[in-house]
Design a binder for this molecule. Structure first.
Ligand code: ASP
Length: 345
């Protein structure tokens, strides 16, 4: 009897572990410096994130501190306080965070009355064994941790909602401002593809660890209870500490249907640059957009989705389905906007 027999099962186990390690192995060298990326509305957020990292913060705390600036900004009508409400005039927020070193995630969806949903998502990650809390349960959980319940609907956002409601149809009883000679008040709403807005932010800290956050008030005037891609891990963001991170803004339904952020990180794992990986996700969405109502006359997606990605080596890029766009970046050279690639002009 041999002293150290390797059974067939051990052999298979060892073989499987070895091939799994090969698949997961990073293709890029570790990066030893801070870098943060965000959607175009995140210039102050990336600057804050890098500042926090330089002061010793973990990437997760840093990106959350960055997006908090936009969540509390009443002038950004796409995120947190001041965000445009749902069809009933109620602000419902979605957010998710992902922490590379632990591989853990936390998220809240359709949460009302909480100004910093990204912080609640971080509490879900750190103080529960769950990943996603929704609606009333998410709000109760936030309250348990001392988050105040606040009115998030600013006058500006309320007035935009009232204008939307009054012009939605000329077959209901809500009337926009009008004079005695006006007839046929209100009109069928133009397809509201421009009613999106969100902030995504990912960063690498001084230890080379990667984390991500996405936070939003979601699609303006959405059906109450609608959840977008932002709080869904793999759709609105994804992060792998050995490979990189990706996040998105734009038509969330397309990301939910294509697991886009996960796809981008997996493409980077296979060797794509961040830009190639983001363009790949844009192409995937275009290939999967079959319905005429979602296409323009050329058969291309009539909507937009933007992707932002960084890899372990600190390379950053973004891409959109339609048209030119800019994203925010901060590193040792300061913060700035950079151009994104695109699929269709
Ligand atoms: N992706 C977000 C959502 O669908 C909205 C946005 O990015 O503008 O909820």
């Amino acid at each position: 009897m041999p002293t150290n027999p390797i059974t067939r099962r051990d052999f298979i186990r060892t073989g499987t572990a070895a091939s799994a390690a090969a698949v997961l192995r990073p293709k890029t060298r570790p990066f030893a410096g801070p870098v943060a990326i965000a959607s175009g509305n995140g210039l102050a957020a990336v600057a804050r994130a890098v500042e926090e990292i330089n002061a010793g913060a973990d990437a997760l705390d840093a990106v959350i501190a960055g997006v908090n600036l936009v969540e509390e900004d009443p002038n950004d009508t796409s995120v947190g306080y001041g965000g445009l409400p749902n069809a009933d005039g109620i602000v419902e927020l979605d957010s998710a965070v992902m922490h590379g070193p632990t591989g853990r995630a936390g998220a809240v969806a359709s949460i009302q009355g909480i100004k910093y949903p990204s912080k609640v998502a971080q509490h879900v990650l750190q103080r529960t064994d769950h990943v996603l809390l929704v609606a009333k349960g998410a709000q109760e959980f936030a309250r348990m941790h001392g988050f105040p319940i606040e009115n998030l609907l600013t006058d500006r956002a309320r007035e935009i909602w009232v204008r939307w409601r009054e012009n939605l149809s000329n077959r209901d009883d809500y009337l926009p401002p009008h004079g005695p000679e006006d007839r046929d008040l209100g009109e069928a709403m133009r397809r509201n593809y421009d009613h999106w807005g969100t902030i995504h932010c990912s960063a690498i800290d001084l230890q080379g660890n990667i984390s991500s956050v996405t936070t939003t008030s979601g699609l303006a005037f959405k059906i109450p209870g609608r959840v977008g891609d932002s709080p869904i891990i793999g759709a609105g963001l994804y992060c792998d500490n050995e490979v990189g991170a990706a996040g998105s803004t734009g038509r969330g339904e397309a990301n939910l249907e294509n697991c886009s952020s996960f796809l981008i990180v997996e493409r980077m794992r296979m060797g794509d640059s961040p830009e190639q990986a983001c363009l790949y996700a844009c192409e995937r969405i275009a290939q999967h957009t079959h319905l005429a109502r979602l296409q323009n006359e050329a058969g291309e997606p009539a909507f937009n989705v933007s992707f932002y990605a960084l890899n372990k080596a600190g390379e950053v890029a973004g891409a959109r389905i339609r048209g030119k766009g800019r994203m925010a970046v901060a590193d040792a050279n300061g913060s700035r906007h950079i151009d994104m690639a695109y699929l269709y002009a």
